[in-house]
Design a protein around this ligand. Sequence first.
Ligand code: SF4
Ligand code: SF4
Length: 161
Amino acid sequence: MSMYSTQKLKREIFSLFGEAGDYSTVGLPQAHECMYSAPRKDEERKKCRNCMFWVRTENCLLHPRDLKVSGSHICHHWIGGQLRQVWEDIGIDTPLMPETSGLELVKEGISCDNCSHYFWDGDETGLCESLVDTDNRPAKVHPKASCARWEQDKKEKNFIA
Ligand code: SF4
Ligand code: SF4
């Protein structure tokens, strides 16, 4: 069976039942438990450069001031906004550390449609195999949303239409 048809079959089964093969929704979290973040208005992928905490000097107001954070990094604490020209003290007593904030370099930015957990079938939304809705079925997610469970998509596309 080809990859295409395997994915399509998986998608069809788990959209109906929430389970397929070794896939199961048991124990998976809901979107609000994983910092699910709606798409930006311009639907640009999320990265430090479009986060309200990023400083043009390549720093993040939530991380240690001496840590270099490029505009192409991203962490779990992204909030949309305008970049800042200069550092300012926003009253952070305990800065985030990269080991726990999820800080990583992702040049193209992150969104559901470049996440390995995303499956798209031609609708405006896709399905996430890593989050569930209130009925414990794979959650519907916007292709330009994101969450803390994002993982780089190693495949070319998760398109299964
Ligand atoms: S490291 Fe996280 S909080 Fe800081 S600018 Fe980047 S996305 Fe925003
Ligand atoms: S597809 Fe990926 S980034 Fe989007 S909600 Fe699911 S785990 Fe999070």
